[in-house]
Design a protein around this ligand. Structure first.
Ligand code: TXA
Ligand code: MG
Length: 353
């Protein structure tokens, strides 16, 4: 049985945290809120506990986990060395949604790193996450608390829907703030490389580091993706999803046309767009979800996964989603939608005349 305990997201009750910490120290699994998405945590230094994360999620062992720390002083317990550039990043972005891939320390079990010689680490900016790690007294390995390949959870209900009966405890601290996962940045290559775009924008990293490498999640034929977990078929809703990229008017016109085609064919359609787009579409019979206003990428990121889950729950057969451009959080949103679409991306050309 999985227990679910409410916890104050800003001032977590010490008694609740002590109970959750005891589960972690006993080798159990606790789902907890971070500022990005809910994580599924285990003692990062306990190989068996970490192995049980993979079983609960049905996640393949070749996909390594992020180690979560209470603060940066814990870094030396899990990494072999901290390069100067990491120190600068830590000062600027921790606690926060930036994960650093660094040379692995000897205490970290193979289960965490998938046998590799690097380890991913971050200090989350959420009072519950940090209180849990501090109370447990050990670093906590935690992937997103969803079944492997599914959309990441941004509230406790999402966690329960995927993992109820498979884990010991869920700490319910309400909806998460950022809504997309952390940016994964490798400092183990010549140039700092974004392995997964996320809550810290590429532009913010470039302001500090100069140029930062990033390969589009679609990849090009023949290129191998560096982050093992970032296969294109990921973050997938059940409904067959298509992503539309291009200039807004042209994209919405194309979505309109495709909705009509589906409806004519008797297919139930879900549409994921911005609030401002709804007026151009809602006369057609489809299930609409607004992810927020185009004036706030933060809001769109925050609501993205819940919107995908809710469209799925509505029972639609296909989901048509629009892109929100590559700047700021737009890059992470594009990445997740591209994966949700399993690479089914239509680049809409502007209509001439
Ligand atoms: O915001 C987040 O990052 C959330 C919260 C819970 O912290 N966690 C999360 O974990 O999204 P997960 O396991 O769903 O995604 C971790 C990503 C995967 O793409 C994995 O392949 C990559 O980080 N990763 C982990 N360790 C790595 C390593 N040593 N080298 C390269 N990539 C690594
Ligand atoms: Mg995940």
């Amino acid at each position: 049985m999985t227990r679910c305990l409410k916890v104050d997201p800003e001032h977590p009750e010490p008694a609740v945290m002590a109970e959750a910490a005891a589960v972690i120290r006993g080798g159990g699994l606790v789902a907890f809120p971070t500022e990005t998405v809910y994580g599924l945590g285990a003692n990062a230094l306990d190989a068996q506990a970490v192995a049980s994360i993979f079983r609960a999620k049905e996640r393949p062992f070749y996909d390594p986990l992020i180690v979560h720390l209470a603060d940066a002083t814990q870094l030396s317990s899990v990494v072999a060395e901290v390069p100067d550039v990491a120190r600068e990043l830590v000062v600027e972005f921790w606690p926060g949604p930036l994960t650093l891939v660094l040379p692995r320390g000897p205490q970290v079990p193979d289960e965490v790193t998938a046998g590799g010689n690097t380890v991913a680490v971050r200090v989350p900016a959420h009072a519950v996450a940090r209180a849990l790690i501090a109370a447990a007294g050990v670093p906590i390995a935690a992937p997103s608390a969803n079944r492997f390949g599914r959309v990441s959870p941004t509230c406790a209900d999402h966690v329960m829907a995927d993992l109820s009966g498979r884990i010991d405890l869920v700490l319910d601290g309400g909806a998460t703030q950022v809504g997309v996962e952390s940016t994964v940045l490798s400092l183990c290559s010549d140039i700092p490389t974004i392995l997964r775009p996320g809550g810290i924008a590429r532009e913010s990293l470039e302001r500090l580091l100069g140029s930062v490498d990033f390969r589009d999640s679609l990849g090009t034929e023949g290129e191998t993706l560096v982050s093992p977990g970032t296969t294109v078929k990921h973050y997938a809703p059940r409904a067959k999803t298509t992503l539309y990229r291009g200039e807004r008017e042209a994209v919405l016109a194309r979505i309109r046309r495709d909705v009509l085609d589906y409806v004519t064919a008797g297919v139930t359609v879900g549409v994921l767009v911005a609030e401002e787009d709804l007026a151009m579409l809602t006369d057609l019979p489809a299930v609409y979800r607004s992810v927020g206003s185009i004036t706030s990428m933060e809001q769109i990121a925050r609501q993205l996964f819940a919107s995908l889950r809710s469209l799925d729950a509505s029972g639609v057969t296909v989901i048509l989603a629009r892109d929100f451009g590559p700047s700021g959080l737009g890059l992470a949103i594009r990445d997740r939608l591209t994966r949700a679409a399993a690479g089914d991306v239509i680049v809409v050309m502007e209509t001439s005349g």
